[in-house]
Design a protein around this ligand. Structure first.
Ligand SMILES: [Zn+2]
Length: 250
C-alpha cells in the first residue's frame, strides 16, 4: 500500500481507528471502514453513532472537498437526507462553505471536524428523533446552495449570487472594473464587497468558480425556467441603466 501525503491522515487514523487506507487508483486517497464519533451541538444533546463510510480524498485537497459515501445504507439515499442522487455521495453542505470551513483548518482533521461530523450529527439526530434537523436545514440541491450563498455573501437575490460567482471567475483586475454584484450600483473595485470577495478568491481556481456558477445557473433555469431568465434580464437592464433595482427574490 502506498503512503499518502494527505495532511492530517495519521491523526485521522489514530482518532478513527476502525477506518483505514484502502488501495486506490491514481493519486486519490481512499479511506474506508467504520467511522465512530461522539458529538454535541451548542446547547444540544450528545450523540454517539457510527457509519460505514467510503471517503475519497482528491489530490487537490484541501482546495477540493473529499467525496463521502455511506455504504452501510443506514442513511436513506434521498434528498431529504442530503444524499446526492447522481452518485450517492453525501451532500455535506454548499461547496463554497465547505471550502471555507476547510481553509480555516486545511487538513483531514479540519474536514472531519467541521464538515463531516456536523453532517453525521444532524443525520443521526434526524434518524433518531424524526424531528427534522437540530439546526437550520438547507433545502437539498441547487436551491439550498443558492440560499446558503445569499447568507454567506450577505446578498438578497439569486441573480446577485450568480453575478458574484461570475466575478470570482474573472481576474480580480477585470472583475473590479465591472459592476458590483452587491447591488450598490458602483464598480466592484470601489465597493467594500470587493474585500469580501477577496477572502473567497483563494479558496478555488477561477475556472472552478466559473463552472460552479454555470452549474447553479442551469439548476435555477431548470427549476424556474423563463421566470429566472426574465429576472436575469430585468436585472441586467437595471444595472446597465445605472439605477439598480433588483427584481424580487424568486
Ligand atoms: Zn457593491
Amino acid at each position: 500500500m502506498k503512503g499518502s501525503s494527505v495532511q492530517g491522515i495519521e491523526q485521522f487514523i489514530r482518532d478513527y481507528p476502525e477506518m483505514s487506507i484502502a488501495p486506490s487508483h491514481g493519486s486519490v486517497t481512499v479511506l474506508r471502514g467504520v467511522f465512530s464519533f461522539i458529538a454535541r451541538s451548542n446547547g444540544g444533546i450528545e450523540i454517539s453513532d457510527s457509519y460505514h463510510l467510503h471517503i475519497v480524498v482528491p489530490t487537490a485537497f484541501p482546495r477540493e472537498i473529499p467525496k463521502v459515501t455511506e455504504v452501510g445504507r443506514k442513511i436513506p439515499r434521498d434528498g431529504n437526507h442530503h444524499v446526492n442522487k447522481d452518485d450517492n455521495t453525501l451532500c455535506l453542505g454548499s461547496p463554497i462553505r465547505l471550502l471555507k470551513l476547510v481553509s480555516e483548518k486545511p487538513n483531514l482533521i479540519g474536514f472531519t471536524e467541521r464538515c463531516l461530523v456536523p453532517y453525521l450529527y444532524a443525520i443521526s439526530y434526524k434518524l433518531q428523533n424524526e424531528a427534522g434537523f437540530p439546526f437550520g436545514e438547507l433545502a437539498h440541491g441547487g436551491q439550498g446552495v443558492v440560499d446558503d450563498y445569499l447568507n454567506l455573501f450577505g446578498l438578497s437575490s439569486q441573480e446577485q449570487v450568480i453575478l458574484t460567482l461570475e466575478s470570482l471567475g474573472r481576474k480580480r483586475r477585470i472583475a473590479n472594473k465591472g459592476l458590483c454584484p452587491c447591488g450598490c450600483g458602483r464598480r466592484l473595485g470601489i465597493c467594500k464587497f470587493n474585500r469580501k470577495l477577496s477572502e473567497y478568491r483563494s479558496l478555488a481556481s477561477r475556472s472552478w468558480f466559473r463552472s460552479h456558477g454555470k452549474e447553479i445557473e442551469l439548476q435555477l433555469m431548470s427549476r424556474y425556467g423563463m421566470k429566472y431568465l426574465q429576472n436575469r434580464h430585468k436585472y441586467a437592464r437595471s444595472v446597465s441603466h445605472g439605477s439598480v433595482s433588483y427584481p424580487d427574490k424568486l
